[in-house]
Design a protein around this ligand. Structure first.
Ligand SMILES: Nc1ncnc2c1ncn2[C@@H]1O[C@H](COP(=O)(O)OP(=O)(O)OP(=O)(O)O)[C@@H](O)[C@H]1O
Length: 806
């Protein structure tokens, strides 16, 4: 039975496996047929067909179609309609379309289709590489890929750093599609053994113009060197570079230019309202604060030029509590923090995010109402990307650009050239409010905030100085002192140019040139500028005076950083504090003198020069008591019988001294007299000691007599009730007696006094005492030390015996 059944089972198994093979063959055939249908449909596809409206109109495989359907994507956007058919046909693509127009899907769908059609499996290795300039954007692309590609069997990974290289490397080998940032990817290509990209089918560069520009140039060049030339390449951005050199570097083959909005009247979304307002640099924070207070029920992104600006504005505004949740994001934050903030802002209904250009490109925050560019962007392209964070897809949005009067003309020309429609608005006069006082208070109360303010000041000044477009960013026109004051700083950080050049001097030099007509682009403003007398506020003085100790470590840090030269920023600029306070004069050194201001008032007090640099000092001059510390301390005098004053130690008149006799004889006479005095004092001391010993003996005899009387009373039976009471009475009596070595004055209550050691005390006295005690110890008797008190009867006996022996 067992065998038979086994036989039957074997036949059944054979049949099942036969069926499975048949099913597999059938499936393979079906897929092959599907693929050939798909391919013929793709070949027959007319990319310019105006009837292509929906994703279902495209020759897409079932998993992609299902993924799109489940993600509720139905209708093609312009860029998708133009780019996807060309990409499906295998063309290299150079795609440019407005922000928020759906470029991500325009490359993700062709990527999925390409690998599906190649029947890519896990054994084929890496099939597609998508590169993004920022981590935030990479994460977002990865999310879209996961959503739309959910019905596919491909494995996909995110390589953006933030994890150990080893951890990432272990998983790389199994990935079919990777979304990455250029630097991290290059690191893997160089260092991860067995990571093979020879088979790569598609390379995508999102925000290609950014990836191709200076910052990533070398990383991208090195990366492309690892990739096979046979791949398909797609480049997308809202502001596309068509530079031949860039395209050559990526070895694009006859790329198709997809520029769907080229003919449009504007390069920004039509549902975006754009405005600018002219606000001097010194009033920028006032304007920003006023704007936030007026838009508490909004979702706002505020772009600033550097991480340091972001931190300072975020920290100071947070302390002033505007009434809207504040967040901040910049590239120096840890990866986890960046992701956390991104997700919090995504979910928030009302919030204000202060950010650098790290989120200027590609990031798709939902429902942003306002984009504020508080610092002018470096160029019109950056402007377009920043404003593109609102009015995405079909939603509406508003953007406001803050311009300094010196930036207005040239930057508006740049925007016009790029077809950006923008209108001027003004801040209502009654809404204007200065927050300088609040900022000054905050900087005074918090040295950390002041430190951030100084860093923000330096980084802003530096960024303006380094800008390429000198027609827009006129460093020489900045009023640095007023700008520093507007940040709440008690003084203008002394910004230094590399290799000891002082920017202040540099500015002054060119102002001189302007006034003599040397600068061609001068509009006369620089020449008109007069050097204002330096006004120091109450806060300046308070901060200088009171914060100096707390801040010294910060300043040391700034100066050390500048000296060490490991911070690229500090390579270029550094801050040296201008120290006015006397206490810090030493540290200020020669450098401070370069920035020294008007010479302060001084007065002479005795032979001291007192600097009057504050009201406090001036007030001090009215108080005699306080002044006394600056006056001479005076000399002590003694008066002789005739009432004449003499110093305590007065040198004798030399002639008078000589008349008294030879110096050696006088010296000997003096020594002899002093020695006699000491001898007499010694005799007196010895006599005193003898008297004390005698007193002691007398007291001991008196005590002895008392005890004898007590013993006689005991023998005669004169016993009172309660012997304990007797013992206690005896104790009291004995306690009242002076113990060995104590004189009468030590009889008082209270702790025993330490005997003062006399000068020239006879050591033999101590030794004799010590000898006696040793003898008593040897004899096994209890020894009482000076000041010790008897506690019980046994102690009393010992004490009495000791007294008798004395
Ligand atoms: N066909 C579509 N139907 C509906 N919504 C879409 C479609 N395509 C894209 N979107 C949505 O439009 C928004 C913007 O898309 P996407 O981020 O791809 O824009 P983009 O062109 O890459 O923008 P940017 O230039 O700023 O990077 C996203 O929220 C996306 O989900």
């Amino acid at each position: 039975m067992a065998t038979g059944s086994a036989k039957n089972g074997g036949a059944g198994q054979k049949k099942t496996s036969q069926n499975r093979n048949d099913a597999r063959t059938l499936k393979r055939k079906r897929v092959k047929d599907d693929l050939s249908v798909l391919q013929s449909a793709t070949d027959a596809l007319d990319p310019k067909n105006p009837d292509l409206k929906k994703f279902t109109d495209l020759p897409l495989c079932e998993p992609t179609t299902a993924g799109l359907r489940d993600s509720h994507f139905e209708v093609l956007t312009d860029v998708q309609r133009a780019a996807i058919p060309l990409a499906l046909k295998g063309h290299d693509i150079l795609g440019a379309a407005k922000t928020g127009s759906g470029k991500t899907l325009a490359f993700i769908i062709p990527v999925l289709e390409k690998l599906y059609r190649a029947q890519w499996t896990e054994y084929d290795g890496l099939g597609a590489l998508i590169i993004s300039p920022t981590r935030e954007l990479a994460v977002q692309i990865f999310e879209v890929l996961r959503k739309v590609g959910r019905k596919h069997q491909f494995s996909a990974g995110l390589v953006i750093g933030g994890k150990s290289l080893k951890e990432e490397a272990e998983r790389l080998g199994r990935m079919n599609i990777l979304v990455c940032t250029p630097g991290r990817m290059l690191q893997h290509l160089d260092q991860t053994a067995g990571f093979d990209v020879d088979n790569l089918q598609v390379l995508v560069l999102d925000e290609a113009d950014r990836i191709m520009d200076m910052g990533f140039q070398s990383a991208v060049d090195a990366l492309v060197e690892h990739l096979p030339k046979t791949r398909q390449t797609m480049l997308f951005s809202a502001t596309q570079s068509k530079r031949v050199s860039d395209l050559a570097r990526l070895s694009l083959k006859d790329p198709e230019y997809v520029s769907v909005h080229e003919a449009a009247t504007s390069s920004t979304p039509t549902n975006l309202q754009q405005h600018y307002l002219v606000t001097p640099l010194t009033e920028k924070l006032d304007t920003l604060w006023g704007f936030l207070r007026a838009n508490l029920k909004s979702k706002i992104i505020v772009f600033l030029s550097s991480g340091k600006q972001v931190r300072f504005v975020f920290e100071s505004f947070k302390r002033m509590q505007p009434g809207i949740p504040l967040l901040h994001l910049h590239g120096r934050q840890k990866q986890m923090a960046r992701m956390e903030i991104t997700s919090r802002f995504t979910q928030a209904k009302y919030a204000c995010l202060f950010a650098t250009d790290v989120v200027a490109r590609g990031v798709d925050f939902p429902a942003v109402d306002w984009v504020i560019q508080a610092d002018c962007p470096e160029d019109a392209d950056t402007y377009i990307h920043r404003v593109g964070r609102t009015a995405r897809y079909e939603s509406k949005g508003r953007a406001v650009l803050f311009l300094d009067p010196s930036e207005e003309k040239a930057f508006l020309e740049r925007l016009e050239h790029k077809k950006v429609p923008i209108e001027r608005i003004n801040v209502k006069e009654n809404k204007k409010k200065s927050i300088t006082n609040e900022l000054q208070n905050l900087c005074f109360q918090s040295p950390d905030l002041k430190y951030l303010g100084q860093k923000a000041f330096i980084s802003y000044t530096r960024s303006i100085y380094l800008q390429r477009d000198k027609a827009v960013f006129k460093f020489m026109k900045l009023d640095l002192d007023a700008y520093a004051a507007s940040l709440g700083l008690p003084g203008t950080p002394n910004v230094r140019f590399q290799k000891g050049e002082d920017i202040r001097r540099l500015k002054n030099a060119s102002r001189a040139a302007i006034s003599s007509g040397d600068e061609s682009d001068s509009d006369g403003e620089g020449g008109k500028k007069k050097s204002k007398p330096e006004v120091r506020t109450k806060y300046d003085k308070m901060a200088e005076r009171q914060n100096q100790d707390v801040l010294s470590s910060h300043y040391r840090k700034i100066i050390e950083e500048a000296d060490s030269g490991d911070d690229d920023e500090q390579d270029f600029l550094s801050v040296k504090r201008v120290l006015n306070d006397d206490a810090l004069d030493e540290t200020a050194g020669a450098d401070a003198t370069t920035a020294a201001t008007a010479k302060p008032k001084t007065i002479m007090l005795g032979n001291q020069e007192l600097i009057i640099d504050s009201k406090r000092r001036e007030k001090l001059l009215t108080s005699k008591k306080k002044l006394s510390k600056y006056m001479d301390k005076g000399t002590k005098l003694v008066f002789d019988d005739d009432g004449n004053a003499h110093p305590i130690y007065e040198l004798q008149n030399e002639n008078h001294f000589k008349q008294q006799g030879p110096a050696e004889a006088l010296r000997r006479e003096f020594v002899q007299t002093e020695a006699d005095k000491v001898r007499e004092a010694d005799i007196e001391d010895k006599q005193l000691a003898q008297d004390r010993r005698r007193e002691k003996r007398d007291r001991a005899k008196a005590r002895e007599r008392g005890e004898e009387a007590a013993a006689v009373a005991a023998q005669t039976g004169t016993q009172l009730e309660g012997c304990d009471a007797d013992a206690e009475a005896a104790l009291d009596f004995l306690r009242s007696l002076p113990v060995a070595g104590q004189n009468g004055s030590d009889d008082e209550d209270g702790p025993p006094k330490k005997r003062a050691k006399k000068w020239f005390e006879d050591a033999s006295e101590d030794e004799a005492e010590a000898l006696q005690k040793a003898k008593k110890r040897k004899s096994g008797k209890k020894v009482f030390e000076m000041g010790q008190e008897p506690d019980n009867l046994e102690d009393l006996e010992a004490l009495a015996a000791g007294l008798l022996e004395d």
